[in-house]
Write a protein that binds this ligand. Structure first.
Ligand code: CP
Length: 312
């Protein structure tokens, strides 16, 4: 008797239900999408006839633009909803907003919202495939996928690699999604930050360890990711001072002297130069920050393809 193949997930809300095999296929397919993006005509007909809505209730540069380009590169029609200039300002609810958009025959949603769980609600209200583009501090799965893809591109595989993530872990959906994804693909994750910004419960995740010591975090790491202080999600006094924080936790050449010779530097952006990452490190040979941005488009094309084309 052959083992039952788990059904293809209908949404990408987080990595629950996503097997390592499916995730690897998704990253493999991003290689093909990157080849499309190298052609003089960067367009394929895969999503012709479909309408994709980017529903952003929170600001974004990278995620929104790369998703819109990804959908257009695959010949979808794209409608951009930005809460700031919508009837949300007149009190319209999330449910009513999504029901209005769905009445216009939207086929899939890409959702960013400040509230954890908002993308799940959009899936329920719309009945359409939903990709979570960041919900509060909970999850940002396509960011983790493009981070994983960038590390894999560098080293050929994630198996046996170590990724150190340094900064405001408490308020970071990027840290959570990477801590969920990378061990599924064979990598170890070290989460590092001041004790006030390092929730102890994350140590229960398989393949994840915590430390407040940045030198310990980077020792043996193949990739070092700096995270922004998420001041928009902070309500308490988590830090003595920004200078004190930078003196200890800034990803800079002094800290990277402790890392592997070939270690690369990542940052999901937006960066606060000379706070969580030094400007010279952000621009250094080791930096893959712009490579992450570039890979975001191919990875998001692959996610759209996986969810919207050729469903079993
Ligand atoms: N990394 C990221 O999500 O960036 P944006 O907020 O610009 O989309």
């Amino acid at each position: 008797m052959t083992a039952a193949v788990p059904p293809r997930p209908r949404h990408l809300l987080d990595f629950e239900g996503w097997t390592p095999e499916r995730l690897t296929a998704l990253l493999d397919n991003a290689d093909t999408m990157n080849q499309v993006l190298e052609r003089p005509v960067k367009k394929v007909p895969a999503l012709q006839g479909l309408t994709v809505c980017t529903a952003f209730f929170e600001n974004s540069t990278r995620t929104r633009i790369s998703f819109e380009l990804a959908a257009r590169r695959m010949s979808a029609d794209v409608v951009s909803f930005a809460a700031g200039n919508s009837s949300v300002s007149k009190g319209e609810s999330l449910r009513d907003t999504i029901e209005v958009l769905t009445a216009y025959k939207v086929d899939a949603y890409i959702v960013r919202h400040a509230a954890a769980g908002a993308a799940h609600l959009v899936a329920r209200y719309s009945g359409k495939p939903v990709i979570n583009a960041g919900d509060g501090r909970r999850a940002h799965p396509t960011q983790a996928l493009l981070d994983a893809y960038t590390v894999r591109q560098e080293f050929g595989s994630l198996e046996g690699k170590t990724v150190a993530i340094i900064g405001d872990i408490r308020h970071s959906r990027v840290a959570r999604s990477n801590a969920e994804l990378l061990p599924k693909l064979g990598a170890k994750v070290i989460l590092c930050g001041p004790a006030t910004l390092l929730p102890a419960d994350l140590a229960a995740l398989p393949g994840v360890t915590l430390t407040t010591n940045p030198r310990e975090a980077v020792r043996g790491a193949h990739a070092v990711m700096a995270l922004r202080l998420q001041s928009e999600r902070m309500s308490g006094g988590y830090l003595g001072s920004l200078q004190e924080y930078a003196d200890t936790y800034q990803v800079n050449e002094r800290l990277l002297a402790e890392a592997e010779a070939g270690a690369i530097v990542l940052h999901p952006g937006p960066m606060n130069r000379d706070l969580e990452i030094s400007a010279d490190t952000a621009d250094s040979e080791r930096s893959r920050v712009l490579k992450q941005v570039e890979n975001g488009q191919a990875v998001r094309m692959s996610v759209l393809y996986h969810l919207l084309v050729g469903r079993e």
